[in-house]
Design a protein around this ligand. Structure first.
Ligand SMILES: *Cc1c(COP(=O)(O)O)cnc(C)c1O
Length: 393
């Protein structure tokens, strides 16, 4: 399989798999138990927390004191807790919230839920390259804005937002700032102190770790209420016996990120550029989406005019190429991508768009294979399309 859908999920790194196997041999204990098995698990939990915290510059907690990093059931759950948790801890007098139209469903649908709870939400627009402008944020901020949530890097087009500047604007009116950094982690530096955010969410399976484990950064001193109720685990932020395999795997994935960070991302970007160059030279009537000046490495979102995205996806799949149209979360629905339409693409062209995301394990040979196969498939599909013929494609 030529896997070019690394923004949907990534393969488990062999090093992570080793960690999981070693952990399974080591203990099955509950980190809350007092005897040896429990103590071993507790030690591993603390070690893993410190490792994940380090990867984003957060303060890890210890046995007695909560720090700034809490594990959650997924990136989605991390987003939910990071947005709803602090609101539940506030006195409720501030009823205004701000997010953007291009957020992941984990954020968008949380805000839709909060609207039903009586909050007023502004959904900021984006420009043609997928950027939320600082001016639009400035214009939307109010004295009663409780929280702003803007994603660090977009999962469909890869556009990076100026999070530090945005957090600063939010803080000027006393609002909290959250960023969904799930796509940013591992591709660009993510440092919570540098960004000066109050809340941030990440997920392990987008960085070669296990699925079903995420984490939330909560700035020291900020109160946050759990929305599921249970025991004292994760310092009360997210009760429930810890997913230890997920957690230790997440930690190893974070450790790997810090090794060869620059080299790996330079390689992803080189392969992405090779793909873009190859497609530009061999396929007519295409254009690339996103902001070339400010995009995560390895991200290629391309519109093949006069081709139905789903048909192209299926044909590529038959050739052993995995990629996505829109985002995995919306595949299966026939709606055009909410991100691409928000950027101003006509719906028909949004539906003709494909996302290729290069990951750590992709090779130049694979990219060459894509550049060889895609033009043939696009040509065949366009031959079947009267609209394509009419437009000379
Ligand atoms: C994948 C993703 C999520 C959700 O993470 P899960 O661990 O799959 O729940 C949230 N935000 C962004 C930007 C993502 O790409």
């Amino acid at each position: 399989m030529n896997y070019f859908d690394n923004s949907a999920t990534t393969q488990l790194a062999p090093e992570v798999k080793e960690t999981l196997c070693a952990y399974m041999d080591k203990t099955y204990g509950n980190p809350s138990s007092p005897y040896r098995e429990g103590r071993l698990a507790r030690k591993e939990l603390l070690r893993a927390r410190a490792q994940v915290a380090q990867s984003i510059g957060a303060i890890p907690g210890d046995v007695d004191n909560k720090g700034e990093l809490f594990f959650a059931g997924s990136g989605t759950e991390a987003d939910n807790i990071a947005i709803m948790g602090p609101l539940a801890a506030l006195d409720g007098s501030k009823r205004h919230l701000i997010t953007s139209v291009i957020e992941h469903p984990a954020v968008l649908n949380t805000f839709r839920h909060l609207e039903k709870q009586g909050y007023e939400v502004d959904y900021l627009p984006v420009d043609r390259m997928g950027n939320v402008t600082l001016d639009s944020l400035k214009g939307a901020l109010r004295a009663d804005t409780a929280l702003v949530s803007i994603m660090y890097a977009n999962n469909e087009v890869g556009t990076i937002q100026p999070i530090r500047e945005m957090a600063e604007l939010a803080h000027e009116v006393g609002a909290l700032f959250h960023t969904d950094a799930v796509q940013a982690l591992g591709k660009i530096p993510v440092d919570v102190k540098e960004l000066d955010v109050d809340l941030l969410s990440i997920s392990a399976h987008k960085i070669y770790g296990p699925k079903g484990i995420g984490a939330i950064y909560v700035k020291e001193g900020l109160d946050i209420k759990p929305y599921i109720h249970g025991g004292h685990q994760e310092y009360g932020v997210r009760p429930g016996t810890e997913n230890m395999l997920g957690i230790v795997g997440f930690a190893t994935a974070c450790k790997l990120l810090l090794e060869d960070f620059e080299v790996r991302n330079a390689k992803k970007q080189r392969l992405a550029e090779l793909l873009m160059k190859g497609l530009s030279e061999s396929v007519s009537h295409i254009y690339f989406n996103g902001n070339d000046e400010s995009k995560i490495p390895g991200h290629v979102n391309v519109t093949f005019k006069y081709v139905e995205g789903e048909s192209l996806l299926m044909s590529l799949n038959l050739k052993g190429i995995a990629c996505s149209s829109g985002s995995a979360c919306t595949t299966g629905s026939d709606k055009p991508s909410h991100v691409l339409t928000a950027m101003g693409l006509p719906p028909i062209e949004a539906q003709s768009s494909i996302r290729f995301t290069v990951g750590r394990y992709n090779t130049e040979e694979e990219v060459k294979y894509l550049v060889q196969e895609i033009p043939l498939i696009v040509e065949r599909l366009r031959k079947l399309s009267p609209i394509a013929r009419r437009n000379g494609a």
